[in-house]
Write a protein that binds this ligand. Structure first.
Ligand code: RB5
Length: 145
């Protein structure tokens, strides 16, 4: 599994901590930045990561900003992306099973490192349930057309 990682200045610390989780799980990743506290614009990183996932170069994306919300809004503008701000492992699991979430967004201001690592672990381990959910996901993408 190949993961595209990105963050803005509010999320880069948490993004770096998530690399340890990804190393432990044994997945490969590419870091699209940012890598400092210098102020940047989150849509730039959301677009880069989302485009990488939508093109098929990466299997999933993980984006971190202050709240996770701006990253989710921006990533969802890229056709083929299903992004959501996730705050707990229960919704991480359901977002995979029901929505086939392909971009996880996290809010660094409200998500401790340990919980973020758990959310990422569940996000990467949980398969899409398919069935009735596949029809619903296909209807989401009909809206893009
Ligand atoms: C940056 O200050 C902040 O707006 C950003 O990290 C994010 O929370 C936006 O949704």
């Amino acid at each position: 599994m190949r993961i595209a990682l990105g963050a803005d200045h509010a999320g880069f610390h948490l993004k770096d901590s998530l690399k340890r989780t990804l190393d432990e799980i044994g997945v490969t990743y590419q870091d699209f930045g940012t890598s400092s506290a210098e102020s940047v614009d989150y849509p730039d990183f959301a677009q880069a990561v989302a485009a990488g996932v939508a093109s098929g170069e990466f299997d999933r994306g993980i984006l971190v900003c202050g709240t996770g919300i701006g990253m989710a809004i921006a990533a969802n503008k890229v056709p083929g992306i299903r992004a959501a701000a996730i705050t707990d492992t229960d919704t991480a699991k359901l977002s995979r099973e029901h929505n086939d979430l392909n971009v996880l967004t996290l809010g660094a201001r409200g998500t401790p490192e340990a919980r973020a690592g758990d959310i990422v672990t569940v996000f990467l381990a949980t398969p899409f349930a398919g069935g009735r959910h596949a029809l619903r996901v296909s209807k989401i993408h009909q809206i893009e057309k």
